[in-house]
Every structure is written in C-alpha cells, then in structure tokens.
Design a protein around this ligand. Structure first.
Ligand code: FAD
Length: 438
C-alpha cells in the first residue's frame, strides 16, 4: 500500500468520528462491513477503497479527466461498461465518419493530435489518437464493469459506486458516461407492421448493404445528413425526414472552418451579430435552404445553440444531393404499414428500410442517486455551461456541456485542479498529524 493511499484512507477517518473503522481503512483493498448496510446489499462480495476519484466511463471525457488528474499527481480509477476505451466511437459510429470540427478544437488536454493528421481526422485516426493518449498517460480502465448505482453515504461521507460484483468507495465521483449513452428510438405508429429493417444510426456502418434500396432516414442532425450522403455514394435512394426547423451551415467559409470563424468573431462581436454574419455567408455559399424543405429557425445558429443546445448541421455535401434530387425531403411520419410510409402532409411512399438518426440521451438518471447536479428528467447538469461541472460532496460532471470535445477539455482541467487542491490539503493535514512539530 502506498503512502499516499494510506494517508488518504486515514484522512477519511480523521474527518469523521469513526474509530471502529480505523483498522479496515488501513488497507486500500479492504473488505469491510461498510459495504453491507442492508440485507439487500449483502450480495456485494467485494468492497474496494479507491484513494483518488472514481471516473464512470472511459470515453474521451473519462480519459481526459484521468490524464489531467494524473498530471496533478492524483491517481484515479476508471470504470467502463464496455470492453474498450471510447466504445461510442468504436462500435456506434459509421465508417465514413470524420470529426465534424477541426482537430485543434477536438484535442484532449496535454496532448495535441499528431501534426501529420488532417484537419478533420477520420474516426480511425481519432481512435488511434485516443489509444496513444491512454498509453501515454498509462491509464488502465477497468473494462466490462458497468456502474449500476452511485450514491453518497451521508454517514461516512463517501461515494458508494456499485457494479455487479463490487462496491467501490471514494471521496469523489466523476460522471463521464456521456451525453450519448443510450439510443433514442421514437415510437412511430405502425412500427411493428413495417416489413423492412428499422435500425438506429448506432448500428449503421455504411450504405454497402442498401444498394438500389429506397431508404428513409429519420432525423436531420449531422448524422442523418451524413448517412444520406453515404447512402447516395453506395447507389441507394435515400430520403430524409425533416421535422421542425434547423440551421445548416457550410463546414468552411471564407477559407476557415465555420466553427473556428464563429469562435473568432465571438471574441469581438455579440452573438446576434455573429449569427447574422454566419447566415449571410451561408446564403452566399449554400443558398436558401428553405427552398430545399429545410426551414431555418427564427433564432440564429449560435443563439439557438446557447439557449437550447441544438447544434447547427455542418454540411459536408448533402445539400448538393438534395438540390439535384438525389435525396428527397419529407415532413414528419404519420404512420407506417407493411412497406408504406404515410407522411403528415398526406403523401405516401414505399420504402425498403428505415434508419433512425434520432440521437442519443444521457443515462445518468438511471444509476446516479439523487443529486442536485443532474436533472432527473434528461440526465444533464441542471446548471448551464460553464457551471455544470461541479456538484456537492465531491461529485463532478465531464462531457455534458453540449459543446463536444472542447467542453470536455475545459471540464477536465477544472475538475483536476479542484480535486488536486483538496487532495493536497488532506496530504498536508495528515503529514502534520503523522509528524507533529515538537
Ligand atoms: C456520430 C458522432 C459524431 C461526433 N462527432 C464529434 C466531433 O466531431 N467533435 C466533437 O467534439 N464531438 C463529436 N461528437 C460528440 C461525442 O459525444 C464526443 O466526441 C465524445 O464521444 C464524448 O465523449 P464522452 O467521453 O463524454 O462520452 P462517450 O464517448 O459517450 O463515452 C462515455 C463512456 O461511458 C461509458 N458508460 C456509460 N454508462 C456507463 C455506466 N453506467 N458504467 C460504466 N461505463 C458507462 C460508455 O460505455 C462510454 O464508453 C460526436 C458524436 C457522435 C455520436
């Protein structure tokens, strides 16, 4: 047992009147009674004391948090339900995916992308980067370990994080389970009657198996738009269901990435003025999207993002296919039957398959017990950016800013600094107790 581990264990003791726990907290991998509070919980065979924070999820956010903590001298433990890092990117993304934003906005803290990577790295390159990030910081997540519940024990002032076989106990929990933990599958009338496959984009890899098929893509975020383009490239006949309004912007304008340009303009100008500039430039570059059946919201793209979290779509070629008729646009679906899809405007069309690009949701409310940090309704922090990273009693959130990997980096840095302060204070206090001045 390292000195640090022991000293942190003792810090718990010293912070509470719990003499009875003195012995068991001297071992970081102790199997104490602290794990078996009730009869229902006695199934927990293993209780593991974790001296540093417990991080739930080994996606980019969990890895970034662990790396920043390590950089500050704080060890952590990552629990990951899947059998690898970045499971969303490994298993639930399509083959042609590239980062939507330039690499400088997607790099994790303390380690930039390799110089020879393109401006928009491919999914494989991003995964290779994450692998080397993990290796570089010597991060060793515990795989195949789903967190079933996590709750704060007021009596012991500790977090109890339960998995199928163990209970992990720590002062800190960092929620890094992602904004995209579960697929959103809408209920559509007649879904069971539809004879063709209905799949979520998380299962879509490429248009290879849809050649010459009529495919309806439901949802027009970045994924839905890109899947349509991919289907076109594989000689399928895609159509797109567009419900409500959306902002489509070119991925690049005036020789710069639209995202980078927006960031730069926001340094000097108010958000509404930047929105006007973006919309004017978009009109010149991609034309009037309303005429293609993609009506724009009343609020500008950045203001809408700020208020609702709704991300503008960055066009990577789909609009041109809509314009030349390769992709048809339909309104909301009314009902499905056998091989027919009826739309709310009265049109009916036959389709061979349906792909649901209907997004994801957070799963935090299914396993994190009552806290003020996360909303029970949507599993996102209740406080808006940039305040949503820290809760009470050692609870933190990373990767829930609706600002992609840039938000992740900001959270990781803040969290590591905050925990390091507490960690160092404890160390100082304990060292003074162990070696009292004469
Ligand atoms: C198709 C697609 C393209 C995207 N492109 C970009 C982009 O270009 N730029 C950008 O910035 N963002 C992009 N994003 C957003 C994306 O969410 C982030 O890039 C990134 O994956 C977020 O990392 P994360 O670690 O927060 O979440 P995730 O990558 O979702 O990782 C969360 C991890 O937590 C694990 N987990 C969940 N629940 C539990 C549990 N109970 N117990 C244990 N483990 C658990 C999951 O298995 C997962 O491995 C894209 C998203 C999608 C879907």
């Amino acid at each position: 047992m390292s000195f640090d581990s022991r000293i942190m264990c003792e810090s718990l003791l010293l912070s509470k009147p719990m003499e009875e726990h003195t012995k068991r907290l001297h071992d970081p991998y102790f199997k104490p009674h602290v794990a078996t509070k009730t009869v229902q919980e006695t199934y927990i065979a293993n209780c593991v004391w974790v001296p540093g924070p417990i991080i739930v999820g080994a996606g980019p956010s969990g890895l970034a948090a662990a790396a920043c903590l390590k950089n500050q001298g704080v060890s952590s433990l990552i629990l990951e339900q899947s059998n690898c890092i970045a499971s969303l990117w490994q298993f639930k993304t399509y083959d042609r995916l590239c980062l939507h934003l330039p690499k400088k906005f997607c790099q994790l803290p303390l380690m930039p992308f390799p110089k020879d990577f393109p401006n928009y790295p491919t999914k494989q390159q991003f995964l290779a980067y994450l692998e080397s990030y993990t290796k570089h910081f010597d991060l060793k997540p515990i795989f195949n370990t789903m967190v079933l519940s996590a709750g704060y024990d007021e009596e012991y002032r500790l977090w109890r994080v339960k998995t199928k076989v163990s209970e992990y106990v720590s002062r800190w929990v960092i929620v890094a389970s992602g904004e995209n933990a579960e697929e959103v599958v809408p209920k559509i009338e007649g879904m069971n009657e539809f004879s063709g496959p209905i799949i979520h984009t998380s299962l879509y890899k490429s248009g290879g198996c849809f050649e010459n098929k009529k495919v309806l893509v439901v949802g027009c975020g970045n994924s839905g738009m890109e899947v349509c383009l991919d289907l076109c490239n594989f000689n399928a006949c895609p159509s797109l269901v567009v419900r409500g309004s959306l902002h489509v912007l070119p991925q690049e304008m005036l020789g710069r990435s639209t995202f980078g340009l927006s960031m730069w303009l926001l340094k000097w100008l108010p958000v509404r003025v930047v929105d006007q500039i973006l919309l004017l430039a978009s009109h010149f570059i991609i034309g009037d999207t309303n005429r293609l059946g993609l009506s724009r919201p009343k609020l500008g793209p950045l203001e809408l993002k700020k208020i609702s979290g709704k991300t503008p779509v960055l066009d990577v070629g789909t609009l041109a296919k809509i314009r030349n008729g390769d992709i048809k646009v339909y309104p909301e679906i009314k009902r499905l039957s056998c091989d027919n899809v009826e739309f709310v405007d009265g049109r009916t069309e036959k389709f061979d398959a349906i792909i649901l690009a209907t997004g994801y949701r957070s799963n935090v409310s299914t396993w994190l017990k009552d806290t003020n940090l996360f909303s029970k309704d949507d599993g996102f922090p209740t406080k808006s950016f940039p305040e949503g990273w820290k809760g009470e009693c050692g609870l933190y959130a990373i990767g829930f800013t609706r600002r992609g990997l840039l938000g992740t980096s900001m959270d990781a840095t803040r969290i590591a600094e905050d925990i390091e302060r507490q960690w160092n204070m404890d160390m100082k206090h304990l060292k003074s107790l162990r070696h009292p001045s004469p």
